[in-house]
Ligand binder design. Structure first.
Ligand code: G3H
Ligand code: 13P
Ligand code: ZN
Length: 311
């Protein structure tokens, strides 16, 4: 099976009350951990590549790793550009074989966001590629860009219909209180997603797929393991998984998770080094790192996304 777009996946997810996991990939072990988990659970899958991942691993390497995963698993997989910040990077991914791109012009004024998104949509649709756009700004860190909670802003439901109509985008990322990175909310706080905004958006865009970024839950168990094995991470609270499950039952069809996989992999490798100070073969510690990612993705598919058995 070749790479697919998310059109059919989102239609089924919307109707079925579940969401597809969009997991970030940067190297072979991460691709393998994620795709082995999805294959064992027969789950549809979006693998996403950030600008930073392309700079780190190189477009062709990532493309070929994902092609290998398709051959090995037979799964329907979408290859998606995460947080494309210009027409040029989106075009380069479309020309280079991605089946989905995000143009993230959410930090620009409304009219500029529309104009840039529209331009990407025209090129993408001419090449059979789908486009995710964003309205509203999340707090947190992505690709070295830091947005404080004060500078973040919830999506205004009254804007979404005009935005989707004028841009022609295929899915829309909205800001309802999620946040990027491993340091989302202060320890002791109780994050609460704005389901009232999600419901309002859903009413204004019936049947239209909504995306949540910044949806890691930052399990404290992993932070504890990292810190017990030589790390020094401050504590933080992530997005509660039961709220993500609730969102997946609504219009949210794609949920982005990166930080939780990083935490799982890093915790396992730190623990391994602590227990085996004399080992130096990368396979010995990258293997457990890959297994930790696989376990985390299985948990997300079954307990958060609800997309097991839906491939
Ligand atoms: O939202 C951003 C993703 O977690 C990707 O992070 O830009 O460090 O690759 P990155
Ligand atoms: P997390 O940092 O919460 O994993 O979010 C990832 C993300 O939104 C990628 O686009
Ligand atoms: Zn994101």
């Amino acid at each position: 099976m070749p790479l697919v777009t998310s059109t059919e996946m989102f239609r089924k997810a919307y109707e079925g009350g579940y969401a597809i996991g969009a997991f970030n990939v940067n190297n072979m072990e991460i691709v393998q951990g994620i795709t082995e988990a999805a294959a064992e659970l027969n789950a549809p899958l979006i693998l996403q590549v950030s600008k930073g991942a392309r700079a780190y691993a190189n477009h062709t390497y990532l493309m070929k790793l994902v092609e290998a995963a398709i051959i090995e698993t037979g799964l329907p997989i979408v290859l998606h550009l995460d947080h494309g910040d210009s027409y040029e990077v989106c075009k380069s991914c479309i020309d280079g074989g991605f089946t989905s791109v995000m143009i993230d012009a959410s930090s620009k004024p409304f009219e500029e966001n529309i104009a840039l998104t529209r331009r990407v949509v025209e090129y993408a649709h001419d090449h059979g590629v789908v486009v995710e756009a964003e309205l509203g700004t999340l707090a947190g860190i992505e690709d070295e860009v830091k947005v404080s909670h004060e500078d973040s802003s919830y999506t205004r439901p009254e804007d979404v219909q005009e935005f989707v109509e004028r841009t022609g985008c295929d899915s829309l990322a909205i800001a309802i209180g999620t946040s990027h990175g491993a340091y989302k909310f202060k320890p002791g706080t109780k994050p609460q997603l704005r389901f009232d905004i999600l419901e309002d958006v859903e009413k204004r865009l019936p049947g239209f797929p909504i995306v949540l970024h910044g949806s890691s839950s930052v399990p404290q168990e992993f932070v504890r393991i990292i810190n017990e094995n030589g790390g020094n991470m401050p504590g933080a609270v992530g997005v509660p998984e039961e709220q993500l499950r609730q969102a997946a039952g609504m219009a949210v069809c794609k949920i982005n998770i990166d930080s939780d996989l990083r935490l799982a992999m890093t915790a396992s490798i730190r623990k391994y080094f602590n227990e085996h100070p004399d080992h130096f073969d990368p396979r010995q510690y990258l293997g457990p790192g890959r297994a930790a990612i696989k376990e985390m993705v299985k948990h997300k598919i079954v307990d958060v996304l609800g997309c097991d058995g839906k491939a």
